[in-house]
Design a protein. Structure first.
Length: 248
């Protein structure tokens, strides 16, 4: 019998929240019982727009998304990348008007969960509310690391740090292992996230390949020299606050 897509979506939420805090069996079952509606979206499609007043949260089920804002002359600033298991607009539970947009990078399947259901879940199971709050605090910690990178690190260090971060996030939810992970983002996406030109990103990636630090094969990243990338980017995973790392 095929897996119910909405149940699968909530299973991913259980796995994500379980990566940052231990959940009881009762809490897992409560999350799985939350109503949701699944939709398939094309690449480059907005999930929620700057200025919207959403009544539901979005859980990424499959594919990648990003938070972003368009500034003068159509320039885009990406604030964060999001993978299966993430709820990138969780703050809309309390901040009623979106101050940025959330869009897909790849074709993506998303599950929409009504705000009312999320509030009821948090009321019935206060620890789940605490874990959701912890998730937003981890988001804030990631923003701080990105600010440090854009303000004080070289282009090489910024990109190396991003690769380390994305690998560990994917590994924590069972989507990566043995220093191999999906990376379906373009050089332009990397540049828009890290404040770099497309030419500069290309130059750094060529250097990383030339030094046998990474391999990029299609939409997959292989980190060949993990310790070197950690060292050059001054990467310390403490800010991700992972409760556990899933087996690869």
């Amino acid at each position: 019998m095929p897996l119910d897509p909405d149940h699968h979506a909530l299973s991913l939420l259980v796995r994500k929240l379980g990566s940052i805090a231990a959940l009881t069996d009762g809490e897992r079952q409560a999350i799985l019982s939350v109503p949701s509606k699944t939709r398939l979206l094309n690449a480059g499609q907005d999930i929620v727009r700057d200025g919207d007043k959403p009544s539901q949260c979005c859980l990424i089920l499959d594919g990648w998304a990003c938070r972003y804002k368009i500034i003068g002359e159509g320039k885009r600033q990406i604030f964060s990348f999001h993978i299966p298991g993430d709820i990138p607009d969780l703050q809309s539970l309390h901040l009623h008007t979106m101050d940025h947009s959330l869009g897909t990078i790849t074709q993506a399947t998303v599950a929409f969960i009504p705000h009312e259901s999320m509030r009821e879940l948090s009321t019935r199971f206060p620890r789940i509310g605490e874990v959701l709050w912890r998730d937003t605090l981890v988001d804030a910690a990631i923003f701080r690391e990105w600010m440090i990178g854009m303000g004080r690190k070289s282009a090489f260090g910024r990109i190396a740090h991003l690769f380390c971060e994305m690998y560990l996030k994917l590994e924590a939810v069972g989507l990566a292992g043995e220093h191999r992970c999906p990376l379906p983002i373009t050089q332009m996406d990397i540049g828009d996230a890290l404040g770099l030109s497309n030419v500069h990103v290309n130059r750094v990636l060529q250097e990383m390949r030339g030094r046998s630090l990474i391999t990029l094969r299609g939409s997959a990243l292989v980190i060949q020299a993990w310790d070197v990338l950690i060292g050059v980017s001054e990467f310390d995973p403490t800010y991700l606050h992972l409760e556990k790392r899933a087996a690869g």
